[in-house]
Design a protein around this ligand. Structure first.
Ligand SMILES: [Zn+2]
Length: 227
């Protein structure tokens, strides 16, 4: 085989390194490399370069995969944090609503007995106890609650929310006549009434007690209810 010039080997070398040349070219290159140190050096360098390139390729695929995985995780994270956000918002609204109802709507606060002025207490011939109520601490009363405990103590409790509303103008709940129909209440509750109080068991003003002699209800009071 005649000697092949180094230039030609150099031309084929990349193909040889990539292992894409023909069997014949391969033989020629190998034969040349066996005795030409210069081309051998070039070949070795090319081989090394190829290895580096391939390694880089592997690295970048790893990077790609890593980025994709990170993106997926991030997307998932976003979905999760979105749901978390929705949940937290719903929870916040629920809590605010509860606080609002609790503070402004729920009639849980009882008006202190000393804030209520009870006057003109009297009775009608048929067992109704009438009284005039005046709560003038400047706040509105939202409801009057009637209750009877096991001792036969009947309570008239004025209720308002924790956050009080300014009373303007005074409604009949804050100022006016009211009556307790004893026979009717005893009938509804199947229990005898021994006393009537304004307030609660802890904080009360006596309005009437069994055996107490009350004057006749005033004409004004009776007129108010058409008795
Ligand atoms: Zn050579």
């Amino acid at each position: 085989m005649r000697e092949v010039p180094c230039e030609i080997i150099e031309d084929i070398l990349p193909l040889y390194v990539d292992d894409v040349c023909s069997e014949e070219s391969k033989n020629i290159v190998e034969e040349h490399l066996s005795h030409c140190e210069q081309c051998q050096m070039k070949w070795k360098r090319m081989k090394a370069d190829l290895l580096i390139t391939e390694k880089k390729k592997v690295d970048s695929t790893t990077d790609d995969r890593l980025i994709k995985r990170m993106a997926a995780t991030w997307k998932q994270g976003r979905k999760k944090s979105f749901m978390k956000g929705v949940f937290i918002s719903a929870l916040t609204i629920a809590v605010l609503l509860l606080v609002y109802v609790g503070l402004f709507q729920w009639q849980i606060s009882s008006v202190p007995a000393d804030k209520a002025e009870i006057s003109d207490v009297g009775e009608t011939g048929d067992g109704k106890i009438m009284y005039h109520l005046n709560i003038d601490d400047g706040y509105s009363v939202n409801t009057l609650k009637y209750s009877l405990d096991d001792n036969g103590d009947f309570y008239i409790t004025a209720k308002r929310p924790v956050v009080k509303e300014k009373a303007q103008p005074l409604s009949t709940l804050e100022k006016g006549y009211d009556f307790i129909d004893i026979p009717e209440q005893e009938n509804i509750r199947s229990q005898k009434i021994k006393a009537i109080y304004f307030g609660t068991s802890d904080d009360r003003t006596l309005i009437w007690k069994k055996g107490m002699q009350l004057p006749d209800a005033s004409e004004e009071a009776k007129e108010r209810f058409g008795f």
